[in-house]
Design a protein around this ligand. Structure first.
Ligand SMILES: NC(=O)c1ccc[n+]([C@@H]2O[C@H](COP(=O)([O-])OP(=O)(O)OC[C@H]3O[C@@H](n4cnc5c(N)ncnc54)[C@H](OP(=O)(O)O)[C@@H]3O)[C@@H](O)[C@H]2O)c1
Length: 324
C-alpha cells in the first residue's frame, strides 16, 4: 500500500511516499481502507519532536514517540473510510461499513489502510456525510471536549474561546453552544463571519480589541490555540472562573498549584482522556445538527508536504484534509 513515512524528526521534507506492507489486523481489530485523513497540529508537532515548544517539551515528546527516531513511521491520526476486513470476534462492524475515528498515539492514518482496535476510537460515520467531511471530526472536537467537560457548561454560564478559528476553536464554539453556554469567540477579522455562523453569540477581533482590557468577566476561558497564559487572562475570569489551556508547560504548573483553590483555577488534563464514548457522542451531536467540522483546505495524499507546510503556518481555519 502507499503510505507517507518518515524515519527521522525534522522539517516537512522528511516525509515521503513509500510502498509498504498493508497492516495485518489483530484478533480485536478491523482493517480500514482510508479514503480521507487530515494533517493536524499533533502530526506536525510529533514530526518535529515538538522542537518549537522548547527543550523540556521536546524531550517529553521523544520519550513518547521514540527517543532517537520515530517509533511509528506513519503519521496521521484521523481517518474516514470503509471496513476492509473484520476481526472474528467483533459483531460491531462488517466489511463495507463506513467508519471514522482517530488512532491517537498509534498514528498510521496517512496510508491507504489502517488497522484499528474495535474498542478504540472508531465508529460508524454519521449519516449523510462524505469521507472528506468525516475525517476531521475527531481531533479538534475531542481536544475541545476534554477541556470543556471539566468546566460544567450549562445555560447561564459564559465562556470566552480564544483562537476560535482553529481546529479546537471551531469545535469548541459548537460544543460550548450545544451545552447551552453563552459563547464569546476571539479570532482574526477574516474569521469573524465563520465563527458567528457556527454559533458564537459575540465575537471579538483580536487585532482591534484586547479582551483582557475591556472589563468583561467570564465563567470559563478556553485558550484553543495555546497563546494565552493564566496570568494574562485571570483578570477576565469571574471570581471562581476556570481557565482551560490546550498547551504550555507553565499552564501545567498553574493547574497543579490552583487545583484546590476555591477561587480562579486552571484545569489541564494531561494526558487527555478520550474514549470511544466521546466519539459516539460527537457522531450523535453531528446527527442532531449541532456540530460540523470546519474544513479549510483539501490536498491529495501525495501533496502531504505542501499540506504540512500550510498547517505549520498556524493559520489554518478549522481543518486540513488529505484525500487518499
Ligand atoms: N490539534 C491537536 O492535536 C492538539 C493537541 C493538543 C494540543 N494542541 C495545541 O492546541 C493548539 C491549537 O490546536 P489547533 O489544531 O486547534 O490549531 P490550529 O487549527 O492550527 O489553529 C490555527 C488558528 O489559530 C488562530 N490563531 C493563531 N494565532 C492566534 C492568536 N495569537 N490569537 C488568536 N488566534 C490565533 C489562527 O487564526 P489567525 O492566525 O488568522 O488569527 C488559526 O485560525 C496548539 O497550540 C496545539 O499545539 C493541539
Amino acid at each position: 500500500m502507499r503510505a507517507v513515512v518518515y524515519d527521522r524528526y525534522g522539517p516537512p521534507e522528511v516525509l515521503r511516499i513509500e510502498n509498504i506492507e498493508r497492516p495485518v489486523p489483530a484478533e480485536d481489530e478491523v482493517l480500514v481502507k482510508v479514503h480521507a485523513t487530515t494533517v493536524n497540529r499533533f502530526d506536525t508537532a510529533t514530526r518535529e519532536a515538538n522542537r518549537r515548544s522548547g527543550l523540556a517539551i521536546s524531550l517529553m515528546s521523544r520519550l513518547v514517540s521514540g527517543l532517537r527516531r520515530p517509533r511509528h513511521r506513519i503519521l496521521g491520526t484521523e481517518f474516514a473510510g470503509e471496513v476492509e476486513a473484520v476481526a472474528a470476534a467483533t459483531s460491531e462492524f462488517s466489511v463495507g461499513d463506513r467508519v471514522f475515528g482517530t488512532s491517537g498515539l498509534r498514528f498510521g492514518a496517512h496510508a491507504e489502510y489502517i488497522s484499528m482496535p474495535v474498542r478504540g476510537r472508531i465508529a460508524h460515520m454519521p449519516t449523510g456525510m462524505s469521507f472528506e467531511e468525516a475525517a476531521p471530526i475527531c481531533d479538534g472536537a475531542l481536544n475541545a471536549l476534554t477541556c470543556l467537560k471539566q468546566a460544567d457548561l450549562h445555560p447561564g454560564r459564559t465562556i470566552l474561546i480564544y483562537g476560535a478559528s482553529g481546529a479546537i476553536g471551531t469545535a469548541g464554539v459548537q460544543l460550548a453552544k450545544s451545552f447551552g453556554a453563552e459563547v464569546t469567540a476571539v479570532c482574526n477579522a477574516k474569521s469573524l463571519e465563520l465563527v458567528r455562523s457556527i454559533g458564537a453569540d459575540r465575537v471579538i477581533d483580536y487585532t482591534q480589541e484586547d479582551f483582557t482590557k475591556n472589563g468583561q468577566r467570564y465563567d470559563v476561558i478556553l485558550d484553543a490555540v495555546g497563546k494565552l497564559s493564566f496570568r494574562r487572562c485571570r483578570g477576565s475570569l469571574a471570581p471562581s472562573g476556570i481557565f482551560l489551556p490546550t498547551d504550555g508547560l507553565g499552564n501545567l504548573i498553574w493547574a497543579l498549584t490552583t487545583r484546590r483553590s476555591k477561587g480562579k483555577r486552571v484545569l489541564f488534563q494531561i494526558p487527555p482522556r478520550q474514549t470511544k464514548q466521546d466519539v459516539l457522542f460527537l457522531k450523535a451531536l453531528i446527527e442532531a445538527g449541532k456540530y460540523r467540522p470546519v474544513i479549510d483546505r483539501r490536498y491529495r495524499l501525495e501533496d502531504v508536504i505542501e499540506a504540512t507546510r500550510y498547517v505549520e503556518t498556524e493559520q489554518k481555519v478549522g481543518n486540513v484534509v488529505l484525500t487518499v
